[in-house]
Design a protein around this ligand. Structure first.
Ligand SMILES: [Zn+2]
Length: 232
């Protein structure tokens, strides 16, 4: 069972500007993200469907005893999921939902390759794939939880937001009783697979796409218990 499979490829830019790359398992990435949240570092989730995350830590101080000016330096970690979130199948989504639902109780457990989540269980082959894709974390005591990468993949599965076009052409009958189509401008609307409709009509597609991204981002942030972001 590939418990130590990499979940993220990371590109790290350190305070001095040097860059490095490495991979993180789901367990390591979750620890990194939790620490960043704890330390009130900036945690950003991309609003597209990539599942990418950026953690930024800032330190402010004097570079040396002789330096009179305080400077702020940043260290950023870009996390790119090894397994694309859109690879999550409907069946895998349901399995993750079962495991996530056990979080409030005693948790799901790994036993003989199977993941037991209360009365139901995920068979070994499916469990191994979920672990190998970085969507689960398994601890030494065999407790299994849905990882940050898993929660992001679930949120993206739930919120496949898109824009639609609505024609506004009208059938007009003139004073002579002759009817004709009056062409109206196209209006754009936002709809999401979760059933969300924002009720607004947008004059151009780019505005509707921004609204769709805002909707997706709000749910991605909620999946990681991040506070809502400011205006996009
Ligand atoms: Zn939605």
């Amino acid at each position: 069972m590939q418990i130590s499979a990499p979940a993220y490829r990371a590109r790290i830019t350190d305070y001095d500007g040097t860059t490095s790359v490495r991979t993180y398992t789901a367990l390591e990435a979750d620890a990194l993200i939790v620490t960043a949240l704890w330390d009130e570092d900036r945690v950003e989730v991309d609003s597209d469907r990539s599942g990418r995350l950026t953690l930024t830590r800032a330190i402010t101080g004097h570079r040396s005893a002789l330096d009179t000016e305080r400077r702020t330096l940043h260290r950023t970690i870009h996390l790119e999921p090894v397994r694309r979130p859109r690879a999550l199948t409907g069946r895998q989504y349901e399995d993750l939902a079962l495991i996530l639902a056990r979080d409030d109780q005693s948790g799901a457990r790994l036993a003989d390759g199977r993941i037991r989540a209360g009365l139901v269980s995920v068979p070994p082959a499916a469990a191994a794939r979920l672990l190998a894709n970085g969507w689960l974390t398994a601890e030494r005591d065999h407790t299994v939880t849905v990882s940050c990468a898993g929660r992001i993949a679930m949120a993206l599965h739930e919120h496949q937001a898109e824009t639609g076009v609505m024609g506004t052409d009208k059938w007009i009958v003139n004073a002579f009783g002759v009817g004709e189509w009056a062409l109206g401008p196209s209006l754009y609307l936002v709809r999401c697979s979760c059933g969300h409709r924002d009720g607004r009509r947008y004059d151009d597609r780019a505005m509707a796409q921004r609204a769709a991204r805002r909707h997706r981002l709000a749910h991605l942030r909620a999946a990681l218990d991040l506070p809502p972001s400011g205006p996009a």
